[in-house]
Write a protein that binds this ligand. Structure first.
Ligand SMILES: Cc1cc2nc3c(=O)[nH]c(=O)nc-3n(C[C@H](O)[C@H](O)[C@H](O)COP(=O)(O)O)c2cc1C
Length: 323
């Protein structure tokens, strides 16, 4: 029998929230469920200190999960009220999501349907340009979550490629980075990390924007060197945990809207993990006006589907409040 109890719908919503993208599929979240509130915590045991020394990618990942949760709750008849960083004494307590019954229909079903369909697609994309109206929709989706989304113009691409290359050199010389990358990518099975089935057999085949993960088992279609992907930089006016959370919410909104428009996407964070290249992008591409948090490559998907990247079991990430 279909279980429509509040506990069951909340659990289903958290299940969808956990399908959010996370750095290296680290899934750095914990959920504490009370009778009227779902609390989101960063799980520091899953922090990647060599890749993400500031913990920014970790909070961005949690922000994406928070946005997925809100979308899923809305689709199941709730009108969630999101309180970000509700406890000044506990910085790991990222959000309290208060459950209220829905008084009006504000669910965006196209977004909730996009949740299980979304993938981080590292393959080269099609050669057809992304229509300007679609780009505008994606930018609006991210801005609607409180971010400042910047479309990288052709003249800005060399600066971005330079930052990616420099970040790659800095990171591979950094103690622990390669070990972390190897530990969290290329596994054949298991619920953690980026599996071989989602990685290119030649990590360089995804173009300059791709991270040098362990080689995987995805062979891109031949002759696709004319990728017409667009690159969006999700930035914020401040640079604190609240901004990182909102950047993650924007990442979720853009990636889900992209699915709805038939587009593929892949987050890109390496040049933002290295202080010097992050500042170079801030000053060289964003005019010094906003802090870049994470980027997203978007384009027409190549033929063929990708498997879903596995997730940890819900019992590993949910706890019930006892009081
Ligand atoms: C903050 C953040 C940074 C990420 N950085 C990269 C990246 O630099 N390169 C990449 O290929 N994927 C990146 N990803 C995508 C994750 O690897 C991906 O979300 C994870 O493996 C789960 O797979 P899925 O998105 O297909 O569900 C990033 C995701 C997040 C949230």
């Amino acid at each position: 029998m279909l279980d429509l109890s509040p506990a069951s719908t909340v659990r289903s919503a958290i299940d969808l929230a956990c399908m959010a993208p996370s750095v290296h599929n680290s899934q750095p979240w914990r959920w504490l469920v009370g009778p009227h509130t779902v609390h989101l915590y960063a799980d520091l045991r899953r922090w990647l200190p060599a890749t993400d020394p500031d913990g920014r990618d970790m909070v961005i990942s949690c922000g994406a999960a928070l946005d997925h949760l809100r979308i899923a709750l809305q689709a199941s008849g709730h009108r969630p009220a999101v309180h970000r960083l509700p406890n000044p004494a506990d910085g790991d307590h990222l959000a309290a999501v208060e459950l209220r019954s829905n008084q009006y229909a504000d669910a965006d079903l196209s977004l909730v349907n996009a949740v299980p369909a979304r993938r981080s697609d590292r393959r080269p994309y099609g050669s057809w340009p992304v229509p300007a109206a679609f780009v505008d929709e994606l930018v609006a989706a991210g801005n609607g979550r409180g971010a400042l989304v910047h479309l990288v113009e052709p003249g800005e691409r060399p600066a971005v490629v330079r930052a990616i290359r420099e970040a790659e050199a800095v990171q591979s010389a950094q103690p622990g980075y390669d070990t972390e990358l190897a530990l969290w990518s290329g596994a054949v099975a298991g619920p953690d990390g980026v599996p071989a089935a989602n990685l290119l057999d030649d990590p360089a085949a995804g173009g300059p924007a791709s991270r040098r993960f362990a080689p995987g088992s995805v062979t891109p279609a031949p002759g696709r060197s004319d990728d017409a992907a667009e690159l969006l930089i999700i930035a914020t006016s401040s640079d604190d945990a609240l901004s990182w959370l909102r950047a993650g919410e924007a990442l979720s909104a853009i990636a889900l809207r992209a699915v709805d428009l038939g587009l593929a996407s892949c987050p890109l964070s390496a040049p933002l993990e290295v202080p010097a290249t992050r500042v170079a992008l801030r000053d060289g591409v964003l005019g010094g006006a906003a802090m870049p948090q994470v980027a997203l490559r978007v384009g027409w998907p190549p033929p063929g589907s990708l498997p879903r990247t596995p997730r940890r079991s819900l019992d590993d990430v949910i706890a019930e409040m006892t009081v």
